[in-house]
Design a protein. Structure first.
Length: 227
């Protein structure tokens, strides 16, 4: 059984936001409008966090792309009173919109602020929406799904063509769009995969590791590329 995961190389990320835009287009992420944005209600499953620091050359801006970290021991699923969010057997933390009652317990439990609430029905049926991704109604919580629909599509394609599914066929939109190839995706349970090798590299770390949430999104530290 695969265990899907991601490695993001902070040395490669330029903060261009291509991953954010690709995610929005792929997952029908609504534009909430200025009024809502001022109330901090922007929805962005992938966010590029910034941090200002210093290196030997002076001030330096750091970019940290942050999807849902797909925790292997996710605190968000444990608090949902109606099982509207769960970890599937391949490690993807999923949302069932039709079940969500909008209590937002999962949002409070997520230490990475990776979940978003629909204060209104922001999305409308419109040309250009991705038909593989459901629209979300007012009152439900949503988040990054590692583009799970792409996995289903790839498996269906392989089955229709009567061949084995190749894990390399499943790539989330953010990883596909990154021009710097900062995002590597794949099966962490396969020691030969690039993602598994990078996740075990000495540069690899996870956000808030001490909480024991075991994110399946790993980061590679900056300033050491090629080392
Ligand atoms: S697309 Fe790649 S380089 Fe651009 S912000 Fe996202 S991770 Fe960084
Ligand atoms: S990052 Fe937050 S929303 Fe994603 S699995 Fe972990 S606790 Fe849940």
């Amino acid at each position: 059984m695969a265990l899907w995961g991601m490695v993001i190389d902070l040395d490669r990320c330029t903060g261009c936001q291509a991953c954010v835009m690709a995610c929005k287009a792929e997952n029908n992420i609504p534009a909430v409008g200025m009024k809502e944005a001022h109330k901090e209600r922007v929805i962005s499953w992938m966010q590029v966090l910034t941090e200002t620091g210093e290196d030997q050359h002076g001030a330096k801006m750091r970019f940290i792309p942050r999807p849902c970290l797909q925790c292997d021991d996710p605190p968000c699923t444990k608090v949902c009173p109606v099982y509207a969010t769960y970890r599937n057997p391949e490690g993807i933390v999923a949302q069932i919109y039709a079940r969500c009652i909008g209590c937002r317990f999962c949002m409070a439990a997520c230490p990475y602020n990776a979940k978003y609430f629909n204060w209104h029905t922001y999305q409308k049926e419109a040309p250009g929406q991705n038909p593989d991704v459901s629209l979300r109604e007012k009152g439900v919580v949503e988040k990054c799904t590692f583009c799970h629909h792409r996995l289903q599509r790839a498996r269906e394609r392989a089955s229709a063509e009567k061949r084995e599914f190749d894990p390399a066929e499943y790539v989330p939109a953010c990883a596909e769009a990154c021009p710097a190839q900062a995002i590597v995706f794949g099966d962490l349970s396969d020691p030969a995969s690039e993602v598994a090798k990078l996740a075990h590299s000495p540069r690899a770390f996870r956000l808030l590791e001490e909480l024991g949430t075991k994110p399946k999104v790993f980061y590679l530290t900056e300033g050491e590329a090629g080392g």
